[in-house]
Design a protein around this ligand. Structure first.
Ligand code: ASP
Ligand code: MG
Length: 399
């Protein structure tokens, strides 16, 4: 059994829809049970959001979900019609018909379970099954959506629930690259990548797969392939472990939408870090890299990074709630970029960090902050250095 997911660009116009229909029917002819998950065509979701905001700048999330779910419903029906026209048995199912049950968190719902009976029945009747991605139904029978890019998660969830042999994510790139091929010379397509590496890359902004879909694939051990809907090439396989490592690292990324906040001159005593980060946590402000340094006369400075759009809000809530204000002041900088490398290979190889820092020093790029995890190293640098940094680090590791 194959689950094939086609993103919005893969079904953007009638020619592409027909092309996708061909791909699907070939797999069916090869004897596979085929379940297809589709996104809304092209920019449909964006257009629906714009249309809503013209009428009501503040629509309820429930009604927004009702509206946005229509995008996927259009594409599932059009794709089913394309497959009909090729003479194959096919049926399209909306999320609720396919048994996709979610919680009630409209616009960012999580899948709770999938009642697979209907899909199984349709496959038993030898139908190709097309399921609308991105949508489900809560326990009050209201339509929900899973958040932007959520069709990937629909596909992986269905693959897990159906115990599919493979989940194929078709998109407009032909796989996962070591860096953004539009920006970095020599970026290479990866044959294989682990779930953990893919998760890090997805959260660092490689926009190929929805974060949650990778989490779910790892949890349920769903074999995942990312491949092009336009050209017939192998793509990238996302799997648990990768045996032969071609490169020490799997990707270099940069995120220019970060800001650094320093809380300076706070008293150097237990509980201060706890206080700062619980205030931010209570406001659901996500903190990334944290650095504490010794200040003067029993004080310390605590610096951290947040998404750039959260900068003002973060300073505001700290000013309002941090009751140790004597002499405390804030410094903010959003003229920065976070450049990261990801690779499971760094767990078992030494000198990876040194090689990254060497590449930066040769370019005379100053590092402001460093953070590491088992399979990731991030540095904070000046924004204007970020392109040069990514290229230099990429050159140092990938060749
Ligand atoms: N159509 C939805 C979006 O644009 C879901 C998806 O494409 O995965 O976010
Ligand atoms: Mg997508």
């Amino acid at each position: 059994m194959l689950v094939k997911k086609f993103g919005g660009s893969s079904v953007a116009d009638p020619e592409r829809v027909m092309h996708v229909a061909q791909t699907i029917t070939e797999a069916y002819n090869d004897g596979h049970d085929v379940v297809v998950v589709v996104s809304a065509q092209g920019d449909t979701t964006d257009h629906l959001i714009e249309a809503a905001h013209i009428i009501n700048p503040n629509p309820s999330k429930r009604e927004m979900d009702v509206l946005l779910a229509t995008g996927e419903q259009q594409s599932m029906a059009l794709l089913a019609m394309a497959i009909e026209s090729l003479g194959f048995p096919v049926i399209s199912l909306a999320g609720w018909q396919a048994g996709i049950q979610t919680n009630s968190n409209h616009s960012a719902a999580h899948i709770r379970r999938i009642n697979t009976e209907r899909i199984h029945n349709e496959l038993a009747k030898k139908n190709i099954v097309i399921v609308a991605g991105f949508q489900g139904v809560n326990r009050y029978d209201d339509i929900t959506t899973l958040g932007r890019g959520g069709s990937d998660t629909s596909a992986v969830a269905i693959a897990a629930a159906m115990h599919a042999d493979l989940c194929q994510i078709y998109t407009d790139v032909d796989g996962i690259y070591t860096a953004d091929p539009r920006k970095v010379r020599g970026a290479q397509k990866l044959d294989r990548i682990t779930y953990d590496e893919m998760l890090e890359l997805a959260s660092l902004g490689a926009q190929v797969l929805h974060n949650r879909s990778v989490e779910m694939a790892k949890k349920y051990n769903v074999r995942l392939d990312v491949l092009s809907s336009l050209v017939d090439l192998p793509g990238t396989k996302v799997r648990e472990a990768v045996k032969v490592e071609k490169w020490l690292i799997k990707g270099v990324t940069s995120d220019n939408d970060v800001a650094r906040i320093s809380v300076c001159n706070v008293p150097d005593r237990p509980g201060i870090a706890f206080k700062i980060f619980s205030i931010l946590g209570a406001q659901k402000i996500n903190v990334d890299i944290i650095l504490q340094s010794i200040g003067r006369e029993n004080t310390k400075d605590i610096s951290f990074t947040v998404a750039r759009e959260m900068k003002d809000r973060a300073v505001e809530v700290l000013q309002d709630n941090l009751d140790v204000m004597d002499g405390v002041y804030f410094l903010c900088d959003d003229n920065i970029a976070k450049v990261s490398i990801v690779g499971a290979g760094m767990q078992t190889n030494h000198g990876v960090a040194a090689r990254m820092f060497e590449a930066l020093s040769e370019e005379n790029i100053n590092i402001q902050m460093i953070s590491t995890s088992e399979i990731k190293i991030s540095v904070l640098i000046k924004k204007s250095d970020s392109e040069r940094a990514v290229q230099a680090i990429h050159d140092a590791f990938i060749s």
